[in-house]
Write a protein that binds this ligand. Structure first.
Ligand SMILES: [Zn+2]
Ligand SMILES: [Zn+2]
Length: 405
């Protein structure tokens, strides 16, 4: 490295570790701008960043990636609207994991240049002079990375060229590749969302909380992505600091439901609304407190001690059947066939899901069907089912803050 420093080491005049630390902090800044500004503030309106912070992020992201707010937001909202289906701009289920990992940036670019996507999904993003004449201008977007090149060489000298490579590869690799690819294919799931989203914790710590992607798809408008005690959302930690400094206003956070004491009275529509808002937690509760205990008892009564079978079942249950590979699907179907009580439990679960998916029905009908479901569940004699109905009856009436979920 010495010959490089002798040649030109830039105005900053850093040593080797100085360059490493600056590069890492720089990349961290870019990820924070993506997650806090593009994603949580602009795409989902979960937080209101201070206008000064917003503008710093706009400039920073244009400088480091050449992308604009309206493009990123439009592509991302389209991803949520069509997740894993035709129209999803970067689903590994449609394009294959390898393609999304290696060519994620290209898939993003195709969607970002689609005018229909911009018109339909970019509403509410900046539309000012700077956006139209610089950040989102088709012939000037590359000016950002060019400016970064000049800055790096002036400040950091020849090593700045190596730094530039990391700065520019950061977003296409981590956001377009790792998050859009791996976070829809590998990892674990907390919630039974209709898509294939996963959490990558802890290996994705570097990507600022974006790795908790299954949590995010379960609660897209929540400013906080972590849901379980062991999960750390770096973006959320930064957001708390910004909020304490008066530089951010957190609008929505999806916390687990706060339960009241169980009521013997039949739930009213406001309680049912609270249950529906927290449906992801409700389904998770059902899996861990009804489905898996029922299967465990079944196996024990047959003299089988099959921990591996239970952990496989746990995995099957958090994925939608169509998301499983053929072998897993077959194994699960065999398991259900062998254990009729498990089958009965799964039917109850799918009826409950159908209830809230039929939101088009009238309130009265929804409530009647829900009460009937509770009565049948209580009388089913299935282990854990009475406790589960008591859990449902302990949801307090919908309050304003609960609507955040
Ligand atoms: Zn996603
Ligand atoms: Zn999102």
């Amino acid at each position: 490295m010495n010959f490089v420093y002798e040649y030109y080491s830039g105005l900053a005049g850093l040593g080797f570790w100085g360059y490493v630390i600056v590069t890492l902090l720089w990349m961290h800044g870019t990820m924070m701008a993506v997650t806090l500004y593009y994603h949580r503030d602009q795409a989902h309106r979960a937080v209101d960043l201070h206008p000064v912070i917003r503008h710093i992020c706009r400039f920073w992201l244009w400088l480091n990636t050449g992308s604009s707010t309206r493009e990123w937001v439009a592509v991302h909202r389209r991803h949520h609207a069509h997740c894993e289906r035709e129209g999803d701009p970067h689903s590994p289920r449609l394009y294959g994991l390898k393609k999304v990992l290696l060519e994620g940036a290209e898939l993003y670019r195709v969607a970002a240049h689609d005018q229909d996507t911009i018109e339909k999904y970019a509403k509410g993003t900046p539309n000012d002079w700077l956006e139209n004449n610089l950040y989102a201008h088709p012939k000037r977007s590359y000016w950002g990375p060019m400016l970064l090149l000049v800055f790096d060489i002036v400040m950091f000298g020849v090593p700045g060229i190596i730094m530039l490579a990391f700065q520019l590869v950061n977003m296409p690799f981590t956001a377009a590749g790792v998050i859009n690819g791996l976070c829809h294919a590998k990892g674990y799931r907390n919630f039974e969302t209709d898509d294939a989203s996963t959490n990558l914790w802890p290996i994705g710590l570097f990507v600022a909380g974006e790795e908790l992607h299954n949590n995010h798809h379960a609660f897209p408008t929540s400013a906080k992505f972590s849901m379980r005690r062991h999960e750390v959302d770096m973006g959320w930690l930064h957001l708390k600091v910004l909020a304490a400094l008066g530089l951010a206003k957190i609008r929505r956070v999806a916390n687990p439901p706060e339960l009241a004491s169980t009521s013997s009275a039949a739930p009213e529509i406001d309680e049912l609304r609270a249950i529906i808002v927290h449906r992801m937690h409700v389904l998770r509760h059902f899996t861990y407190n009804v489905t898996l205990p029922v299967l465990r008892r079944e196996l024990e009564s047959l003299g089988e001690k099959r921990n591996s079978l239970l952990s496989a079942a746990r995995r099957y249950l958090v994925w939608q059947p169509e998301m499983l590979d053929e072998t897993s699907r077959q194994k699960f179907a065999e398991l259900v066939q062998r254990h009729p009580r498990l089958q009965a439990v799964l039917e109850f679960r799918s009826e409950l899901k159908q209830l809230w998916e039929g939101a088009h029905t009238s309130n009265e009908r929804l409530l009647t069907e829900f009460r009937e479901w509770c009565a049948r569940a209580e009388q089913s004699g299935i282990h854990g089912m009475q406790e589960f109905v008591a859990y449902l009856k302990s949801f307090p009436a919908m309050r304003e803050q609960a609507r955040a979920s």
